[in-house]
Design a protein around this ligand. Structure first.
Ligand code: FPP
Ligand code: MG
Ligand code: MG
Length: 318
């Protein structure tokens, strides 16, 4: 299975390289920047893997769908790094650090348009799914900028953000794979539910890495979410613990974390805090839940690979 997926991913990779070429040389440079910098190709990989549950895993439509989700994801990263003021992505300069906000935002728009052109090739139902996915993705991103309403549980609010900004596109990756790979509607539904949970787990792992990893591992600047005041799972869990021993931590979290010394201190306190392991355990539980959706996939190498994929998400280090 692994070597087959590698082969199919190489086909996707070649197609992607073609899709970021513009008639304007400068746009080719800005649009290929993040793709060339690396990336796990998590979404295309899930498309390819999900396609293996059907009888048309080799179809060109599967490759097109894999490109659609990666280009959509890439587009969102150009915008995200502007909003998060993140200087590093995939170990390289974020696009806005190199070319400024205008070019970064417009390159994101351009990539999103390329992705839409490709979606049209997949037919009207794919266009509908794509539009619905993008609506959710942007809603999640907008909700991240507001605090929970009065009486709303901060963790529930946050999980809604995560499901929108990340679960949506990863669910669609699994759906496209099943659909264009020729799986049954029942399997397509199950894989969509699986993708939704795996997607949220993936984002929650990302939150944990923002605190636990160094930039050598993640290719990003640690503590970016904290600096931007974006709540994440370990922080919400530490707050919910309501432990008097956390007085200094809470004071720091409530204050200005753009100050380098305060930022370093809070990062250090969180790295030692039991909430970090609690968050990790939560993500492992979500991975189990994702695997439980796979009951309709016949036992065998494809189901094993989907299970392994969910497990890797829960314990990922990059
Ligand atoms: C990463 O989250 C961000 C997302 C998953 C989605 C962002 C979506 C948008 C910015 C909307 C894009 C709109 C268009 C038109 C393309 P993160 O910041 O928590 O993760 P990170 O650590 O990888 O930065
Ligand atoms: Mg970000
Ligand atoms: Mg963000």
């Amino acid at each position: 299975m692994a070597s087959r997926l590698r082969e199919r991913l190489a086909v996707v990779e070649e197609a992607l390289a073609g899709h970021v070429v513009s008639r304007a040389g400068f746009v080719t440079e800005t649009a290929s920047h993040l793709m060339s910098a690396g990336g796990k190709r998590f979404r295309p990989l899930l498309v390819l893997l999900a396609a293996e549950t059907g009888d048309r895993a080799d179809s060109d439509e599967v490759v097109t769908a894999a490109c659609v989700v990666e280009l959509t994801h890439l587009a969102s990263l150009y915008h995200d790094d502007v909003m998060d003021e993140a200087e590093l992505r995939r170990g390289a300069d974020a696009a806005h650090s190199r070319w400024g906000n205008h070019v970064a935002i417009l390159t994101g728009d351009w990539l999103f348009s390329r992705s839409s052109e490709l979606t049209a090739r997949l037919g009207p139902e794919a266009v509908r799914i794509q539009a619905e996915t993008f609506t959710r993705l942007v809603e999640g991103q907008i909700l991240e900028t507001v605090t929970p309403g009065p009486g709303e549980d901060p963790l529930a609010h946050y999980l809604e953000v995560v499901a929108g900004k990340t679960g949506s596109l990863i669910a669609t990756s699994a759906r496209y794979g099943a659909r264009f790979g020729g799986a049954t509607p029942e399997v397509e539904e199950a894989l969509t539910a699986y993708g939704e949970i795996v997607g949220s787990a993936f984002q929650l792992s990302d939150d944990i890495l923002d605190i636990a990893s160094d930039s050598g591992e993640s290719g990003k600047t640690p503590g970016t979410d904290l600096r931007e005041g974006v709540p994440t799972l370990p922080v919400l869990m530490a707050r919910a613990a309501n432990d008097p021993a956390d007085a200094r931590l809470i004071e720091l979290l409530d204050g200005d974390l753009t100050d380098d010394d305060r930022h370093a201190e809070v990062l250090d306190l969180l790295r030692k805090h039991p909430a970090l392991d609690e968050a990790r355990a939560y993500v492992v539980t979500r991975a189990q839940e994702a695997k439980a959706q796979l009951a309709v996939v016949p036992p065998g190498p494809v189901r094993d690979a989907l299970e392994a994929f969910a497990d890797i998400v829960a314990v990922r280090s990059t």
